[in-house]
Design a binder for this molecule. Structure first.
Ligand SMILES: [Cu+2]
Length: 298
């Protein structure tokens, strides 16, 4: 009996120790030059880039921005000129010209050319985001009312749920409304295929700093991919209005060096082997009127 308890205790200590090491390794990654992909107060423009897809989005955004600037300045200059040149006292007898073939061809053809110039890199970007060429591994992402359900089919097929951290439990380095209990973990520099699906309604897997946004649609599987080139933590949210607890679906992606990722998957395989306690049924979260996740999950 006593011996049994001792063995049990040793086992628990070992399991706890292993998990602590894995967590410490994951945290250690952030001691280095970890980046945080999150919204900032008074932030302008796009979020900082954590990988190649967001870099491509940045380039495309910059190109379109300057095209818009040139067009806006051109139209403004035309307006100012017309207001000044054709004011009543400078131009008492207005022209009755109604057509000018050359001008009409120009203001049709030039915008078409501008749209073509925008369309070519735009389509190239869409196809670049569409699928991972030679992905290192796959993560399954399922949107549910109202939490995320993740699966690692290439690492022992473990799955787990991801819920936001309750306001009262926010720790150091965590962000209210964005940090979660079980983040997605990926290795730095790996191309990760993401397969999305929805369990109930349409959700959307959206992590701005990694340049990913993909609907999760019930009965369908969509493909996209992510790659983080820097260790860090990248936040996102479900950005498809999916019901009353839409806000309850933040996304936290942690990019760590490969060895730490391997250690984490080994640990996670054991930890999630029996699966976490199932998430609360949607009605329980709402009906209980609970303000904390801990309450809601009880
Ligand atoms: Cu959602």
């Amino acid at each position: 009996m006593t011996q049994g308890i001792a063995i049990l205790r040793a086992g628990m200590v070992r399991a706890g120790f292993g998990l602590a090491i894995a967590l410490a390794l994951v945290s250690a990654a952030f001691a280095q030059d970890a980046m945080v992909g999150a919204p900032v107060a008074w932030g302008m423009g796009l979020q900082e880039s954590g990988g190649p897809i967001k870099d491509a989005i940045h380039h495309f955004n910059t190109m379109v921005f300057w095209i818009i600037v040139v067009i806006t300045l051109f139209v403004l200059a035309l307006l100012v000129y017309v207001v000044w040149r054709f004011r009543a006292e400078a131009n008492p007898v207005p022209s009755r010209t109604a057509h000018h073939t050359g001008l009409e061809i120009a203001w049709t053809v030039i915008p078409v050319l501008i749209l073509v110039v925008i369309a070519i890199p735009s389509f190239r970007l869409i196809y670049y985001q569409d699928r991972a060429v030679d992905a290192d591994f796959t993560i399954n992402v399922q949107g549910r009312q109202w939490f995320w359900h993740y699966g690692y089919p290439d690492h022992g097929n473990f799955t787990f749920d991801s819920y936001p951290v309750a306001d009262g439990d926010i720790g150091q380095g965590q962000i209210r409304g964005l940090s979660v209990d079980n983040p997605l973990v990926i290795p730095v520099g790996a191309s990760v295929r993401i397969l999305t699906t929805g369990q109930d309604v349409i959700h959307s897997f959206f992590v701005p700093s990694l340049g990913v946004q993909k609907y999760t649609i019930p009965g369908r599987t969509l493909e996209t991919w992510i790659r983080a080139d820097r260790p860090g933590v990248y936040y996102g949210q479900c950005n498809q209005i999916c019901g009353v607890n839409h806000w309850f679906m933040p996304i936290e992606v942690r990019a760590v060096p490969r060895e730490q990722f391997e250690a984490w998957t080994a640990e996670a395989r054991t930890r999630f082997a029996q699966g976490l306690p199932p998430g609360p049924p949607p009605s329980a979260v709402v009906a209980a009127g609970s303000t904390t996740i801990a309450e809601a999950r009880r």
